[in-house]
Design a protein around this ligand. Structure first.
Ligand code: NDP
Length: 254
């Protein structure tokens, strides 16, 4: 686990993501929105993936207004999309850009905070689908275009409850444990083979809708904003992190 002041205070050079093609899931809100805008400000062409098109269009407009490279919008609901959909996406990216340099798996759902003993199987399946299986399938399909990049960075999103089991976090916690395992497994498979690196980021407590849903009594003003935690994302998405593989990185100092 990497947790250094250097990463949380990482200051990228101007336009350090110029010419990079980066796909962000859940780009319409919360942390994904901030990373999409931050990456575009650093020069990246961002593929905005998410389920609420109006939110993606708003992010698109913000990037254009700020003079960033024109993004693309990829409407996708991770509950229903199939491996075939991700294969088609891979072909589209190949045709439009010829490669993919960054893939941030950010979208996730909380499910219900309840004892596992009472957890509904239906909700379990939905949370595991969105937070784990869809991410596995999308990465597998996009590997073709990731391997066409000189250095591609795949980032999964983890959580503190995906490292130490805590009561009532249900399928969400289990999905994050699995994400940590998938990152270690996949990273060790690609290590030394080619140009793709695979890591995880733990955002830490961050002021978003999901955090408010999990902790309704908390004062959001006590929390870091999505913009505050950008350095770790910009570090992993750019070339300064070449050679970093299989790590689970903290976006905030503890
Ligand atoms: P938000 O709920 O604010 O945003 C989640 C984003 O994912 C939204 O844009 C949402 O779309 C999208 N999304 C959810 N379900 C789907 C789906 N089925 N298909 C496509 N897109 C979907 O969450 P955060 O920004 O807080 O979380 C981002 C990541 O960080 C998650 O992986 C979360 O687990 C992790 N995390 C967050 C922490 C925090 O304190 N905020 C702490 C630790 C980890 P829509 O806008 O349409 O709802």
């Amino acid at each position: 686990m990497l947790s250094t002041p250097n990463i949380t205070r990482y200051k990228p050079g101007l336009n350090h993501l110029a010419q990079r093609i980066i796909l962000v899931t859940g780009a319409g809100d919360g942390i994904g929105k901030a990373v999409a805008i931050g990456a575009a400000k650093s020069g990246a062409t961002v593929i905005l993936a998410g389920r609420t098109v109006a939110k993606l269009e708003q992010v698109y407009n913000l990037i254009i207004e700020a003079g960033g490279p024109e993004p693309s919008i990829y409407p996708v609901d991770l509950t229903g999309a199939t491996a075939k959909d991700y294969d088609d996406l891979s072909v589209l990216i190949d045709e439009q850009f010829g490669r993919l340099d960054g893939l941030l798996h950010n979208a996730a759902i909380l499910g219900l905070r309840s004892p596992l003993t009472n957890y509904s199987s239906e909700l379990w399946s939905k949370v595991i689908q969105v937070n784990l299986t869809a991410q596995f399938q999308m990465t597998q399909s996009l590997m073709t275009v990731l391997e066409k990049s000189e250095d591609a960075s795949v980032i999964f999103t983890t959580s503190g409850v995906g490292r130490v089991g805590k009561a009532f976090w249900g399928a969400y916690a289990v999905s994050k444990f699995a994400v940590e395992g998938m990152v270690q497994t996949w990273a060790s498979e690609v290590e030394g083979l080619g140009s793709v690196r695979i890591n995880a980021i733990n955002p830490g407590a961050t002021r978003t809708n999901m955090r408010a849903q999990a902790f309704p009594a908390e004062n959001p003003n006590d929390l870091k904003t999505p913009e505050d935690i950008l350095p770790a994302y910009l570090y992993l998405l750019g070339q300064d992190s070449i050679g970093v593989n299989g790590q689970s990185i903290e976006a905030q100092l503890r």
